[in-house]
Design a protein around this ligand. Structure first.
Ligand SMILES: [Mn+2]
Length: 378
């Protein structure tokens, strides 16, 4: 066969190969030069088109703020400031033990408390996009941006100029990506804040909803901060212990320490998440939560109240630093129709008020989408 008649490059005649290489190289060179000097930055341009007004724009995570909510709001407010916009992070409620532990471990100040905003206040929402989870007054405010990794909520409308939503493990991963998008280097201070949020929400990259994008961010941040994987695991363990440390807290405060409100097709639903690692006293702990849930249902004006509690058992590996390992998830319920909803989702009750899932459940990725689907009749 004549080599000129073959179509794969290995059989190409030499002059043709040469032309191909010139083409490839010229494409590469033009791409590279575009990367070095961006002719324009679409993210910064979009930010510049926003109606920022003259007052401070507040950046809030969700109510009952956790580490990801607080850290994403802090780091994103800082990015906006670096771009020249007058933004400040705030919290709408008391931070939990894990968040206070993270602020000590990673050496950053928690945002000041501001439980409500005036009508017309400009807002950026991180780690949530439902008004019911937002600062009081948000409905009468002006939402400029949403940065979030939950399912679409009622804050997200065409009137919001910038919405960045991706189903990644942590909102801090998204904020890290937007620093790159804005071409603003992440300072070490911001890197510590972002890593804290990531460790908490992804449980140090071990949760089922973790993506390669979370891994990218984790790698970049730990490299920048010069933290070995072992050191990161140690820090994460201390944060986790703080999260499940309920010393000195009332049962009611334990139940609402990681709690969120939802409006599911018109049904007001509340879901708390608790961690109780003393597995020998788990049954008694479940009873304590069941006892305070009706009170929470009244205070939070919910029709149904749920509580997710991880089931732990002793780690069969005695050499491991983790003394217990997670198994499934208990789903505690109270309120009219709550039993039917829980059983439709997770099968027959173990006993009155308690269902169980053999797989460990995520509120965001498993329970909320499932309950929403059932309640909307889909
Ligand atoms: Mn989050």
């Amino acid at each position: 066969m004549n080599s000129n008649s073959t179509i794969y490059a290995g059989g190409m005649c030499q002059p043709f190969k040469g032309i191909l290489w010139v083409l490839v190289l010229s494409v590469l060179v033009s791409c590279a030069s575009q990367e070095i000097v961006p002719p324009e930055n679409p993210f910064r341009q979009l930010m510049a088109t926003m109606d920022w007004g003259t007052d401070t724009c507040f950046v809030y995570g969700h109510k009952t703020p956790d580490v990801d909510a607080v850290c994403s709001s802090l780091a994103y407010a800082e990015l906006m400031c670096r771009l020249g916009y007058n933004c400040k992070a705030k919290v709408s409620g008391k931070t939990n033990n894990e968040t206070r532990s993270a602020s000590n471990l990673f050496d950053f100040d928690l945002p000041a408390m501001k439980p409500s905003v005036e009508p017309g206040t400009r807002l950026i929402a991180t780690d949530h996009e439902e008004y019911i989870q937002s600062v009081d007054g948000a409905r009468e405010g002006r939402v400029l941006q949403i940065i979030d990794h939950h399912q679409e909520g009622d804050m997200a409308s065409v009137a919001v100029p910038f919405i960045y939503r991706k189903a990644v493990g942590s909102t801090c991963t998204l904020v890290w990506q937007l620093y790159r998008e804005a071409n603003v280097p992440v300072s070490d201070d911001v890197a510590r804040i972002l890593l804290a949020g990531m460790l908490s929400d992804t449980s140090n990259l071990t949760k089922s909803n973790v993506t390669y994008e979370d891994h990218d961010a984790w790698n970049a941040l730990t490299t920048q901060l010069n933290l070995s994987p072992e050191r990161v695991a140690d820090i994460h363990r201390i944060m986790e212990e703080a999260q499940s440390n309920y010393d000195g807290m009332s049962d009611y405060d334990i139940f609402i320490s990681d709690y969120k409100d939802y409006d599911m097709s018109g049904t007001p639903v509340g879901i708390g998440c608790v961690e109780w690692k003393d597995y020998a006293s788990m049954d008694a702990f479940i009873n304590r939560m069941l006892a305070v849930m009706p009170e929470a249902m009244v205070k939070k004006e919910r029709a149904m109240m749920f509580c997710m509690a991880t089931r732990y058992e002793a780690n069969p590996d005695p050499s491991s630093a983790d003394k217990v390992i997670p198994l499934g998830t208990y789903i505690l319920y109270t309120g009219e129709g709550a039993r039917e909803l829980a059983e439709q989702a997770f099968g027959e009750s173990l006993r009155d008020g308690v269902c169980y899932s053999e797989t460990r459940l995520s509120r965001k990725s498993d329970v909320v989408p499932l309950f929403t689907r059932i309640l909307s009749g889909q």
